[in-house]
Design a protein around this ligand. Structure first.
Ligand code: CTP
Length: 415
């Protein structure tokens, strides 16, 4: 269990789809975080994964009907004590039953009893997902306050590919934890284009060496995941990152150097509603790139001097491009500031100066150090905006921080 997790009662509902096997990993994820998990499958889910598997993983008996253990009134008991009900996968049929308020098995009856957050992760063929009947049912559930996770895009059961895949269990668990931390996905960015840079850029020294940084890309990917869940069309311009799952439905465009990043961002931002520079950008690059690998035995002056030139400031360039009408005038531009405080000024004071210098609309400032932010799974800091007091971003997972940043951006979009 990490310091971010506290033990909760989680109900994992499982419907009868091929992705039911992924529910096993979801149960494990919650168990490993110290949560108490009850699995409530539908009758059809047990055609894919046996009750014994769910019982062994959760440590609780499993049933599908309200007529098992009648004396315990299971649906009332399980539903009332749940901190969250997560249904993964949810089939088109289960979504339809939930939308009509049916209670014809233990899972649907439990959902009707539950007053806690209900998070539904659909998985089905693209045609079934896009069918107006399913979309209407999804809209109904969202209107009633349930969270319906956007399915991932990719290979489905057969040779077909498109939206409809179940996101990875870790991604689903992270969305559940973010909601339990008090941040609900608001599905209000349908039709908006969001461009996010993530990870670190690398500058070549010779064919095998580069200058780089320790960025993992986690904050950028967490922002992309949250923006996808808000319904936006998301493009990630990704430098070097840790191995991270692609957020549900996001497009990824890979770059290596700062100059490639600049080109990609300018192109992608042309029709963007929101641009976020979360990448850790190399400010300098070697003045010359060696044609072949630099060998040992270089002269002393060559060893002691590395000639560098300054890279373009991509964020400032985007702000300037918007002023020249190369980006939509209403596009919201967000920057990040990695700061360390010193004897003269605090990290926040340096961030405020940077905010003024960069000219962006929102700046997420965090304090960095060897053990802070880079490569870590959590983050904290301040959100700076024009004419408003700095807003403290409390310590939380990068998804929790992403939710707070996008809430601030959403305010600007509405204004
Ligand atoms: N950034 C950028 N282009 C650069 C350097 C940084 O677009 N050449 C962006 C980052 O993606 C981030 C913001 O500018 O959104 C601030 O990055 P940071 O590294 O904190 O600041 P620098 O501009 O590099 O300033 P300094 O190194 O002087 O603190």
């Amino acid at each position: 269990m990490t310091e971010l997790d506290t033990s909760r009662n989680i109900v994992v509902g499982v419907a009868g789809g091929i992705a039911a096997y992924k529910a096993c990993h979801l149960v494990r994820n919650f168990k490993e975080a110290g949560d108490d998990v009850r699995v409530v499958p539908t009758e059809n889910a047990l055609n894919f994964v046996g009750a014994a598997t769910f019982e062994a993983l959760s440590g609780h008996p499993v049933s599908t009907t309200v007529f098992d253990a009648v004396d315990e009134v299971q649906h009332v008991n399980v539903g009332q004590h749940a901190d969250a009900v997560v249904i993964a996968p949810a089939t088109a049929d289960l979504i339809a039953r939930l939308a009509t308020g049916r209670a014809d098995d233990l899972l649907t009856a439990t959902v009707l009893v539950a007053t806690c957050p209900v998070i539904i992760a659909p998985a089905m063929h693209t045609e079934m997902w896009l069918n107006p009947a399913t979309q209407d049912n999804v809209a109904t559930l969202r209107r009633r306050g349930m969270t319906v996770i956007e399915p991932a895009h990719g290979r489905l059961t057969g040779a077909d590919s498109g939206p409809g895949r179940l996101p990875e269990p870790d991604q689903i668990a992270e969305i559940v934890r973010t909601e339990l931390a008090g941040y609900r996905v608001e599905h209000r960015w349908k039709g908006k284009k969001v461009v996010i840079s993530a990870g670190g850029t690398r500058e070549e020294l010779d064919p095998v060496r580069y200058l780089g940084n320790r960025s993992s890309g986690r904050q950028g990917f967490a922002l992309a995941e949250w923006a996808c869940q808000m319904g936006a069309d998301v493009t990630i311009v990704a430098g070097n990152t840790a191995p991270l799952p692609v957020p549900s439905g996001a497009k990824v465009r890979s770059i290596i150097s700062t100059r490639e990043l600049e080109r990609a961002m300018r192109e992608e931002a042309r029709d963007a509603d929101v641009v976020i520079m979360a990448a850790a950008v190399s400010d300098f690059r070697p003045a010359e790139v060696a044609e072949s690998k630099m060998k040992k035995g270089l002269a002393d002056d060559a060893l002691s001097t590395l000639h560098l030139v300054e890279n373009p400031d991509v964020l400032k360039g985007l702000v300037a491009a918007r002023a020249r009408a190369e980006l939509p005038a209403e596009c919201v531009i967000v920057g990040f500031a990695a700061e360390t405080g010193d004897a003269d000024k605090s990290a926040l004071e340096y961030a405020q100066e940077k905010f003024a210098r960069k000219g962006c609309d929102v700046l997420m400032a965090n304090e960095v150090g060897r053990d802070k932010t880079f490569g870590q799974k959590s983050n904290e800091g301040w959100i700076l905006g024009s004419g408003v007091e700095p807003q403290r971003v409390e310590h939380g997972s990068k998804q929790v921080v992403a939710a707070q940043i996008l809430a601030a951006v959403n305010q600007m979009l509405r204004e």
